[in-house]
Design a protein around this ligand. Structure first.
Ligand code: PEP
Length: 260
């Protein structure tokens, strides 16, 4: 069962084995004994470190932190050199998979349809997809932000049953805010999250999945973002690489959880 409030860290292509061990110990010390029940803490390290991070977290006493991978291939197996299936990720301890991150879409040419096929493969492997959507700066300036996000969601909604969407997680990540230091204002983020919720409701997704915000989230802006009613946590890139920064974002989610 997916938690309602989630703080997820995407390490992208950063880190090494030494970081994995130190990070697990430090994070365990931060979350241990803290009142974070009800807040999901998820980490997406580079795939080679998945198993060692899962083991290091368990050894350090942070068993409740879940791990996942940043990408999978849409096929279950085959002659796809360099790729990894969702079932393989599950076999190595993944519970979660990022799908359609904007860097996959823009740098690796992933189409909306491919993203939907990957979401399907993740569900079929029994894992939880974190389906990333978000508009570019030009699309926002052109007044097309919501239309773009709806267009990204459509193939996913066509490929997953309503119950499967309800068991997934959506991450709204405006491309112009990822890794740029520029964050969407809480009002812009709330407007987009509410728009996504309405769109899902109109498509008969009655129990809407958690919708995370992503784009330069830091400990200093997380509380304001989380104060918005339709923001259910964050997908964090840069600020997830240092435990103290990441722990500050988890603490902001705990505040929201405690107020609920
Ligand atoms: C991300 O990688 O999903 C992300 C939001 O990155 P950053 O927090 O660095 O903007």
């Amino acid at each position: 069962m997916v938690q309602r409030l989630i703080v997820a860290g995407n390490w992208k292509m950063h880190g090494d084995r030494a970081m994995v061990d130190a990070y697990a110990r430090e994070l365990a010390a931060c979350v241990e004994g803290s009142d974070h029940a009800g807040v999901g803490v998820w980490l997406f390290p580079p795939a080679p470190y998945l198993l060692s991070l899962a083991n290091a977290l368990a050894e350090a006493g942070a068993k409740e932190v879940s791990v996942g991978v940043q990408n999978v291939h849409e096929a279950a197996s085959g002659a796809f050199t360099g790729e990894m299936s969702a079932a393989m990720a599950a076999d190595c301890g993944a519970q979660l998979v990022l799908v359609g991150h904007s860097e996959r879409r823009t740098l690796f040419g992933e189409s909306d349809e491919l993203v939907a096929a990957k979401a399907r493969a993740v569900i079929d492997a029994g894992l939880t997809p974190v389906i990333c959507v978000g508009e570019s700066l030009d699309e926002r300036r052109g007044g097309e932000a919501m239309a773009r996000v709806r267009a990204q969601l459509e193939p996913v909604l066509a490929s997953l049953a309503a119950g499967e969407v309800e068991r997934s997680v959506i991450a709204y990540e405006p491309v112009w805010a990822i890794g740029t230091g520029e964050t969407a204002t809480p009002e812009i983020a709330q407007e987009m999250h509410a728009g996504i919720s309405e769109h899902l409701l109109a498509r008969k997704i009655s129990a809407r999945p958690p919708i995370l915000y992503g784009g330069s989230v830091k400990a200093s802006n997380a509380e304001q973002l989380f104060a918005q009613p339709d923001i259910d946590g964050a997908l964090v890139g840069g600020a997830s690489l240092a435990v103290t920064d990441f722990a500050g974002i988890i603490a902001a989610a705990q505040l929201k959880q405690n107020r609920a």
